[in-house]
Design a protein around this ligand. Sequence first.
Ligand code: NZQ
Ligand code: ZN
Length: 403
Amino acid sequence: MMKFEYYNPTRLIFGAGSLERLGEVVSKYGKKALLVIGKGSVKKTGTFDRAVASLEKAGVKVVEFSGVEPNPRFTTVLKGAETAKKHGCDVVVALGGGSVMDASKVIAATVLYEGNPKDMFVRAGSGKMPRLPEKALPVVTVPTLAATGSEMNNGAVITIDDEDEPLKTFVMAEALYPRAAVVDPELTLTVPKNYTAYGVADIITHVTESYLNNTEETPIQDRFAEGVILTAIEYGPRAVENGQDLNARTQLQWASIVALNGWVQVGVNAPYPVHQIEHAISGLYDVPHGAGLAVVNPAWMRFAAKHNPDRFVQFAQRIFGVPVEGRDKLEVAMEGIDRFEEFLRSIGCPTRLSELGIGEITEDVLYHWAEKTLEVLCDEEGRLPGVPPLSKEDIVEVLKMAI
Ligand code: NZQ
Ligand code: ZN
């Protein structure tokens, strides 16, 4: 296990019916809230009205900012920050999925950022270090979809959309931790089957990224990760099958938080290569993040298992009960990956690039995606950090396995 320091200041208010407490919670941080929402699902479900009622009852004024798109755009964030400034908002409430929560965090930081807010994002390929935001308006998250864990972490993923070509990149900064997360699994009952399944793929990938990265002697982190994966495998299909299953929704919501609030990742080398490759694709083609992960993760696993079979053997054995006695390690590892891929398919996730509806995928296209990946994150030798580190050619090879 590596040395580590852990900090997570987000207050978590969890459980069915928690939405009623939104006003009480937000009123601790501000008097005028920018209420950030997506393309309208929260209005259709009535969640928006209930949130506004709770806020107003607690004496918090509400300024609406709607229209945050899945894979949120930088120009949308700028508009949100303008709206917050114009109305003098002193707190930001994120009511939606990961896209709304990420946009809200960056809006909150942009309002107080000195200089060009684009500079806060990671673009390692440019050789420039990000200028992280040091302050932000207080943010309260209210997730309506179990997937990203953004509700209780300090990351935000944004697509830069005002340059020649979109680039999906990220910022991680202490100032972006939400002050509080009001997590009410009832709000996720309306998530359609496909996004429920993509959320399951996202939750699992958040922990496989660290689990499969080969840091030795991390028994507690391993079992945390296995707990998240087994829970997602047990309850994910139930939520896909019956969206109204509140128990299944509750377990997924908790799994999504545990998967990415930093707890599972402490002391583990977790550079997220699968996420980086997927972000290049969802940035360019606007595919849902979890669908992209379901395609890239098994392909990356098949590539990485050859370099690092032991962890994959553990994954196969402990998650899927694959027999190991007297068998070749790589054979066991590959059987575990096959089982994982079958699971993803069984809940309705795509597992091939051709299923993402992004047109013809030539070798040149794959090289371009690899370049986009490395534009965001690369080590000093120009490789994507991970076990093993991936050169441009390696990324192309991973992607070929997903065709
Ligand atoms: O826009 P609306 O109308 O709200 O509809 C959304 C959207 O179409 C809909 N939805 C959300 N809650 C719903 C609902 N529909 C019905 N009922 C509900 N209760 O679902 C669609 C997808 O929403 P989105 O927020 O895009 O999904 P998700 O939560 O998967 O977030 C994905 C974004 O988060 C980033 C991804 O890259 C992507 O941009 N990530 C953020 C992370 C973080 N901050 O820590 C980590 C993740 O790895 C990820 O990269
Ligand atoms: Zn993710």
